[in-house]
Write a protein that binds this ligand. Structure first.
Ligand SMILES: *Cc1c(COP(=O)(O)O)cnc(C)c1O
Length: 369
């Protein structure tokens, strides 16, 4: 429906309310646990806050529009959304593929909570996932991977999953729906953390699942009702409010990431740089074919852990913090969290600072070493 518009127009349209004279132009939060019931039982749009809420509906409609889905469901965090989606697509005896090089707590959930229920969990890197998908019942792909920034060819993977009757789930956290729309590339479900660039202010946690299979989405809604991992109405409102500016924020983050990646690759203190938008990056050919924007994350390898700490300390703009997608440019040494990366590997999340200020600041901090 929003085809033909640019990202900011799509985002602003997605959060627009109906033009009712006298009503607020911006969305308003509806904090409620209980709603008035009708004598005509079942006719009420809302009854109880774990079943539905007007603030969810507005957010979910915006998310569905951005992802090109018929339905989106909000959850209390990215992990709540991902764990609900995984539970909905596996049964005891199923074979599930999860990324070995993606967000670390997803594979921990699969190993600690799904494997004991009789689900065979296989871990695969972005390069191995096509082979691993053969014979699987469900495949979760993450692209670009967090933190390595490898890109999975979703069209190719979706073809393999379709031939095998496997469900394909794609974690769209790093790319956001402005980077690409996995459903249009053949995924059955999109799962994502809205905690990162989508909400973009480092002040809330939220997640969502988007898709267009009616039975699968009803099963997920039922799962959310019964397991109860809901998003509070205030958070739903904050995410919705933030989506209105995501086009601007994400464009600047992508521009800053590209500028940082370009500047860093020729600095003597930098061993290697990963950014899917760099023409020499191994991810570039697939990224240019399937992505509209390359995202705000840059992977940088420095000499060792101390070099990463010195970079953060020597800079006036970089914030040392985990998570990503916020207003501030941030740096996170991923080996600290157990990711299989070098000790000196830093994930830089580009913020929305002025590009020239940011590049000058980071280069000066590297020079100070
Ligand atoms: C952060 C993240 C998650 C988990 O999201 P939360 O909102 O922290 O629960 C899942 N996948 C990816 C790729 C992430 O970066």
């Amino acid at each position: 429906m929003l085809d033909g518009y640019g990202d900011s127009t799509r985002a602003v349209k997605a959060v627009s309310s109906q033009a009712i004279p006298g009503q607020p132009v911006g969305p308003a939060p509806v904090p409620a646990a209980a709603f008035h019931l009708s004598a005509d039982e079942g006719s009420e749009p809302d009854t109880y806050g774990r079943s539905s809420n007007p603030s969810w509906r507005q957010l979910e409609s915006a998310l569905a529009q951005l992802e090109g889905a018929t339905i989106a469901l909000s959850f209390g965090s990215g992990m709540a959304a991902i764990s609900a989606a995984l539970r909905a697509v596996v049964r005891p005896g199923s074979a599930l593929v999860v990324p070995s090089d993606g967000y670390y707590q997803v594979r921990r959930f699969a190993a600690e909570c799904l494997a004991p229920l009789g689900i065979t969990v296989r871990e695969a890197t972005a390069a191995q996932i096509y082979d691993a998908a053969e014979g699987a019942d469900a495949v979760l792909a993450e692209t670009p991977t967090n933190p390595g920034l490898d890109v999975v060819d979703l069209h190719r993977l979706a073809g393999i999953c379709r031939r095998n009757g496997a469900r394909l789930l794609v974690d769209n956290t790093t790319a956001t729906p402005l980077g690409h729309q996995p459903l249009s590339l053949g995924a059955d479900l999109v799962v994502a953390s809205a905690t990162k660039a989508l909400s973009g202010h480092s002040d809330l946690l939220a997640g969502y699942v988007a898709g267009s299979h009616p039975e699968l989405m009803s099963a997920l809604e039922r799962e959310r009702l019964l397991a109860g991992a809901i998003l509070g109405p205030f958070e739903a409102w904050l995410v919705l409010r933030s989506i209105g500016s995501v086009g601007l924020r994400f464009a600047r983050q992508c521009q800053n990431a590209m500028a940082l990646a370009t500047a860093l690759r020729s600095h003597p203190a930098v061993r290697s740089v990963r950014y899917p938008g760099l023409p020499e990056d191994p991810s570039y050919p697939v990224a240019t074919a399937q992505m509209r924007k390359f995202g705000g994350l840059v992977g940088v390898e420095l000499a060792d852990a101390d070099a990463v700490h010195h970079l953060a300390q020597g800079s006036e703009l970089l914030v040392a913090s985990t998570s990503f997608g916020g207003l501030h440019t941030s740096v996170d040494r991923r080996a600290r969290w157990g990711d299989a990366v070098a000790a000196g590997f830093a994930r830089i999340s580009a913020g929305i600072e002025d590009t020239d200020d940011l590049v000058a600041d980071v280069l000066a901090a590297l020079d100070r070493g």
